[in-house]
Design a protein around this ligand. Sequence first.
Ligand code: ADP
Ligand code: MG
Length: 610
Amino acid sequence: MNNKMKRLFLAIFLVFLAVLPVFPATPEFWINQMNSIGIASLVVLGLVVLTGVGGLTSFGQAAFVGIGAYATAYLSTSAGYSPWLGLVLAIALTFFVSYILGQITLRLSGHYLPLATIAVCLVFYYLYGNMGFLGRHDGIPGIPPIEIFGFSLLKAKHVYYLIWVLVLFAVWTSKNLLDSRPGRAIRSLKSGAGMAESFGVHTQYYKVVAFVYAGVLAGLAGWLYAHEQRAVSPSTFGINYGIEYLFMAVIGGSASIWGAVFGSALILTMKDKIQDIVPALLNTTANFEMVVFGILMVLILHHAREGLWPILVNFFSRITGRQLAPVREVPQAASALPQRAKPGHGQLILEVNDIRKEFGGLVAVNDISFSIKAGEIMGLIGPNGAGKSTSFNLITGVHSLTSGSVRFMGQEIGSLSSRKIAALGVGRTFQHVQLLPTMSVLENVALGTHLRTNTGIVQSLLHIERDAEAQMLQEAKKQLERVGLGDYIHEQAGNLSLGQQRIVEIARALALDPTLLLLDEPAAGLRYKEKQELAKVLSALRDEGMSILLVEHDMDFVMRLTNHLVVMDFGTKIAEGTPEQVQTNPVVLEAYLGGVDDDLSISVQKDATA
Ligand code: ADP
Ligand code: MG
């Protein structure tokens, strides 16, 4: 759907929202239902950011709804304060609680996080049910309605407007967030911590950001709920509601913002219908909706991972004949991003001294030393398993050194984290491509600029970081053009060939404005012509003064491009020198050609016996 179509659909939806309560024939029940949908949408929007985009599953959002609801319920009844003060408390409390819980639980990996969120939900459920001043299992009745300038939002059709204004606001802030520097950091959480940290993303921080954002939206929903229902009790904040919110997110489309509103509407409407139909059919009042939702969820996870919203968008695109992918335009930046001062030609950039890595009994890297000067391409070659990638990971701080030292521009970096090393100007690619496949090529590369601006969360939510964002996108575009992928910037990264994806990784590393570039098998999977293009790009970079450490299997490629080579075998350095020296070194020939000879002799023998 192109941007114009999107705006048209949005306008129709807004008009529908605005006139629904005014229309005299609209049943009261519909308004109530819309209010519930709006409140749930707020919670689910948080889950889209946290779970759908960030990959952090929470079953516990109902607990935060409860915190917001009970905070305002207590304050506006027993304590007699205005609901607006209740709003402040609801947000402050959910912020505080989700921050603390996030700091603790988000360090847990794998299944422990979802389990911890279940525990949180249960704990709060029993807290509400057992605390005297919160009315125990009866809850708190008699909550006053919200007033705006003396006008009471007592009627459903009046609070309706407040709810939906807040939903639309949250849709807007969520969209802003995802299309920003922090948003790209949150999206990169799904790729596993290693890649994101290599571009300076403080992954733990952004996990907490996503968790707090989701928590605060749930708290806001709780505040609205308390004043809309005029009573709260523990049962609506239990674990089954936590699960229901997750259903809404997954079924609607866990990574799409409008999918949150759609999923909430679908689940709540279905719930209501099922509660009407099943008792009539089966003569029972049991809770069948959870069974139906469970089945629906399994079907969705099997057949439409992205949920129903993308399918719906696809369908509309087809019947209207408009192009599908929403295109992120690259705004013209006022100025280019600042660049770091580069070292003079020939200056010593990297000194690796006796680095060693042991994995249990295996010595993957055995006291290797070498150095790289500015404006030089150094090749690191050797058979599979020789320890080349491990050496990369030692230099970039992904693995810790068993012993040895690494100095970058005179500074010891052997004990620094990969985030700090990236900040000093070390850019890298990965042997196994680590792009975010559903994100555009442009935004993948923009992640590389993460350390070059410092736009924060609030600026991004309100989209007042336009200049910095334009600079980052512009820089990403520039680097993509530099490596020859200027025609692909709006493509999804996962749709490119593997060879092209490797080049995207180079552009992303360049977007960091590195002094030293580490490339792990960049030419693997490239066609002959593409390799030639890549060689041109790399020599141009060298001429600009860049230092490059290159791991590569294609000997022809390495020999033509490098100034200096180190050969490794079984973790040990077996030779070093210029390409000519290495090519004629008998030890190297033994390590490489020895293997080939064996293979040849085997195939000859096979032929002989056949
Ligand atoms: P290369 O990149 O030269 O092909 P690697 O550096 O990937 O080789 O691997 C060197 C050796 O270290 C191999 O034997 C590999 O199995 C082992 N290795 C690499 N990473 C790990 C790890 N995280 N844990 C245990 N062994 C590892
Ligand atoms: Mg490797």
